[in-house]
Design a protein. Sequence first.
Length: 468
Amino acid sequence: MEKSHGALAQRMKLTLDEEQLTNCMRCGFCQMACPTFLETGLEAASPRGRIALMKAVVDGIMEPDESFQSQMDLCLGCRACEPACPSDVKYGQLIEQTRAAIAKEKEFSIPVKLVRKTFLEGIFPHKGRLKFVGKTLKFYQKSGLQKFARNSGAMKMFPEHLQELERVIPSVSGEGLNELWKKTGLPARTEKTISGADLIIIPAVGEMVARVGMFRGCIMDVMFAPTNVNTVRLLRQAGFEVVIPDHQVCCGALHAHAGELDDAKSLAAQNVTAFLEAGVDYIASNAGGCGALLREYDHLMKDEGDAEQRVLAEKFARQVKDISELLKDIGRPLEPIQHAKDGKLKVTYQDSCHLRNVMRVQGQPRELIHQLGGVSLCELQGAEVCCGSAGIYNMLQPEMSMDLLDHKMEHVKETHANVVITSNPGCLLQMKWGIERAGVQDRVEAVHLADFLVEQVHLYDKDKDKDV
């Protein structure tokens, strides 16, 4: 139930960027880039249509009723419309501003309030609690509870799409990057910052090219910590000294997408300080969704009263690079393992929306794959179209998400690829889910780019001068 449509309309007037609203020329180029428009054919489900709805509310022509809010919720936030827009309309900023206004005025149901408070406030911002979630998942998977839940039919209490998602959750170690790195036996040392926080320093292999800060993320470090380890191994092989600030926190992307901009700004301020103290040249991200928000910290913090904080956020944003950019454009070339020319492994690549549309990275991952021996890259039709993951969209909008995913898997089958590579944890889970739904798990697997590269290039320990 809403406090009032009038209150929401007034908040939107105060929140939305009027210049961006009026920049839209209604040319329609965005429509063929928009997944929800392609699925529904509805003008209101296109970026142009949603901007028209936003402007109508701000101009007092219509009320932001339930149908208006439903269209805002249906948007994936993939931002494929932005590269297609000749007027450079910042649609992503408008949809997040609209959702922030809705979040301030909407009376969420008690279950929704509980979920938002538990995850957005109670878990994601806190490293210790995230570790507890990881250990809990490990216990669920290893103790026999998972097997019991599946065999007893207990999982049938949940909606079908959540049952399917549970089946593709990866095996969790319960340990993060720092703990797993110690177990590799590879070199590392700990230093203190001026404020007394810990920095884990991992030396480069050979001559150092640059000093890079590793953003380990929250979901990444709980469910995909081995991928973080592999990312560090690749970076150091390419000549980067890797620095892991222990007091970094969640990037705030899920908070921003959910309209909780104040919480996102608080997390951003903590990360800006953590990496400033680390004294790095670049900040490495291996998650397209995280990297996109990290690179837009300057926009997120642009209205902050502290001028120094704004300047530091701008510097931070300029330093953020996807691992594929660091490996392809800045670091020393990786040495591919030589394979027999016959029987090349056939792979395809699914773009992370935020990596492609916000960070504007699409060539580097493909170039890294092309440089590998014994690997054949088959371009995926519609690789630029969202897979339907979009943060937690697949849980909130399961019908649209599954339509997009099923269409995606039709194109995957057409490539006859054995491996689907992607560069974002949400996309990776979604593609694993799609493989399960399509019943092709016996011949197709989904992997993160970092995990794939680690298996295809030589990694040396500079002290032992041999593969590790």
